[in-house]
Design a binder for this molecule. Structure first.
Ligand SMILES: Cc1ncc(COP(=O)(O)O)c(C=O)c1O
Length: 434
């Protein structure tokens, strides 16, 4: 996958991989021959929901997340002749947001409970907390790793009220705080959930994979098309090592039905369909190669852009060596102005770019009502937006193209464009200030 060779009807010379942030549009064109037989099987089967393909995908994902990370080749996926004995159970669901909501429901988290979530992440790391009636409490991030600050989590923890911490493996790097928080949370009796929506394929420093639940009670991922392991629509998966939760999840995603005519829990309709399962099973076979390409391109971009630091730097997050999957490849610009101007400049040069996370989560109005100060008995501490490290990077993160369809020439083009966008910003800035 290191060059544009896979498909027959793609004109390599006219494709502009650098003009796509996540390369979503290239996937079908390159790999349609690999996807077609599985799709044909599904369509001919007449069974589109809760069939064998979802079950097989769940076994494959369990095998993948628990396989040794050094294996860069195709993992030994579960087949009827090579049974695996995973310690981690996977249950596929409709999307990453529902995955988190179902996990919170499986843990019986609801009204009166608090869940700590990082202030720097996508909305969906926190909105499921509202959906189950609990209160999200936002913790700051570490200024270097940009993932949740374990000390701030401990500061915001309230015994008997805090029930869970969502640790986001932001931008495709397993949060370095995960293991520490898991050890602490286990001691104080609360639950750690890894939000692996952006990090399927990444490994922690000890080689354990994102979503393996090696350093968390539960984890989830998203198969939204732009994610490292994206499907062709919405999709998600839950991972757990807790047998009780593993037993509840299939019912929670399917109207509460746990056997033919029994429903003892209030369930949802939150299922993955067989079409997406078939596509994902095929994609998972190609995934280790895709991860290798992403790592090589990320390393190339880091090398080519290193001289721009400290004005434009590659955050620790994205420079994280051969462990990350670079779900989003972001540069950190000196100022908000610079990020916005460079984003416009890059787009003008046909290079895809986007400013990532332009608000601290606690600034979204949807969370106002749960801010604490007007709670009935006055015992809930008011939530102030005092997230210094998060506020410091808000608006300054500039995402560049990152996907498995980039080739080395694209990296050169992107790096040159970044350099000229910075020069253009400087010229403009000087003109304004003189
Ligand atoms: C960090 C994070 N968490 C959760 C989600 C939610 O995933 P989904 O879009 O599949 O519901 C996303 C998706 O964008 C995400 O980036």
């Amino acid at each position: 996958m290191s060059s544009r060779t896979v498909d027959v009807d793609v004109d390599a010379d006219t494709e502009r991989a650098y003009s796509s942030l996540f390369g979503v549009e290239f996937d079908w064109k390159r790999n349609r021959n690999a996807y077609a037989p599985g799709l044909d099987d599904v369509f001919c089967s007449g069974k589109y929901i809760l069939g064998e393909r979802c079950k097989a995908l769940e076994r494959d994902l369990e095998a993948y997340v628990t396989s040794p990370s050094s294996a860069q080749s195709t993992p030994a996926l579960a087949t009827p002749t090579t049974p695996t004995t995973p310690t981690t159970t996977c249950v596929t669901v409709s999307n990453g947001t529902d995955a988190l909501e179902l996990l919170l429901r499986a843990e019986h988290i609801g009204a009166g409970d608090e869940v700590i979530v990082p202030a720097l992440t996508f909305l969906a790391s926190a909105t499921p907390v509202l959906h189950v009636g609990a209160r999200p409490v936002f913790a700051d991030v570490d200024p270097v790793t940009l993932t949740i600050d374990a000390d701030d989590v401990r500061r915001r923890y309230r015994q008997g009220v805090t029930r869970a911490v969502v640790v986001v493996s932001l931008f495709g790097r397993v949060s370095p705080a995960l293991a520490e928080l898991y050890a602490w949370a286990t001691r104080v009796g609360i639950v750690v959930i890894e939000d692996g929506a952006q990090s399927m394929g990444a490994t922690a420093a000890d080689g354990s994979r994102s979503c393996s639940c090696t350093h968390s009670h539960h984890a989830f991922t998203s198969f939204f098309p732009t994610k490292p392991l994206g499907c062709f629509g919405d999709g998600g998966a839950v991972f757990t090592r807790q047998p009780g939760v593993a037993r509840l999840l299939p019912a929670l995603r399917h109207h509460g039905i746990d056997s033919v005519d029994s429903a003892t829990v209030l369930g949802r309709n939150a299922r993955l369909d067989e079409i997406q399962a078939s596509l994902l099973a095929c994609k998972l076979v190609m995934f280790p190669d895709a991860v290798s390409v992403r790592r090589a391109r990320a390393a190339s971009l880091c090398r080519r852009l290193a001289h721009l630091a400290p004005r434009v730097s590659v955050p620790d997050q994205c420079g994280g060596g051969d462990h990350g999957v670079f779900g989003v490849f972001c540069l950190l610009c000196e100022s908000v102005d610079m990020a916005a101007a460079m984003c416009a400049q890059l787009r003008g040069q046909d290079i895809a770019s986007k400013c990532y996370y332009t608000r601290c989560l606690c600034e979204y109005a949807v969370f106002d009502r749960h801010s604490g100060d007007d709670d009935d008995d006055g015992t809930v501490p008011a939530q102030t937006c005092d997230h210094t490290a998060t506020r410091n990077v808000i608006g300054r993160l500039l995402a560049l193209p990152m996907h498995a369809y980039l080739v080395e020439d694209d990296c050169e083009k992107i790096a040159t464009a970044v350099q000229s966008a910075l020069s253009a910003y400087d010229v403009q800035h000087l003109a304004y200030s003189s």
